[in-house]
Design a protein around this ligand. Structure first.
Ligand code: FES
Length: 118
């Protein structure tokens, strides 16, 4: 089912914005005028990905810096290892694998961005 997420002009190229659509938490990304929709929760430990950085088609998580391809949702890299002097658990512990993100098809119509949520 196509659900309207945003007006195209609400997300500048290189930008992204989160929305709840059809019971899913989605981040809509604008990569050079092409829009992509990926799940909002990071595949490592569920950080909100719209708070991360979008560089080209690579979305970097704000928490431990895992990276994802917004075109496919593929996890490109896992979290960065902890600093040697950190007292926190190592986010790169292999027990916490980074899964790829779900993605949904996007359609543009009359200046609006629609996401196809089944
Ligand atoms: S929560 Fe995203 S890399 Fe850890």
């Amino acid at each position: 089912m196509l659900i309207k997420a945003f007006e195209e002009k609400e997300i500048a190229p290189g930008g992204m914005k989160a929305a709840a659509l059809g019971g899913r938490e989605v981040v809509v990304c604008n990569y050079g005028g092409t829009f992509y929709a990926v799940e909002r929760a990071c595949g490592h430990a569920n950080a909100r990905l719209e708070r991360g950085a979008l560089t080209g088609w690579i979305l970097t998580c704000p928490l431990h810096y895992a990276q994802f391809d917004i075109r496919s949702g593929e996890a490109l890299s896992g979290p960065a290892p902890k600093a040697p002097d950190s007292k926190h658990a190592d986010p790169a512990d292999p027990a916490h694998k980074t899964r790829s993100l779900k993605t949904w098809p996007v359609k543009l119509e009359n200046g609006a961005v629609f996401v196809d949520i089944p």
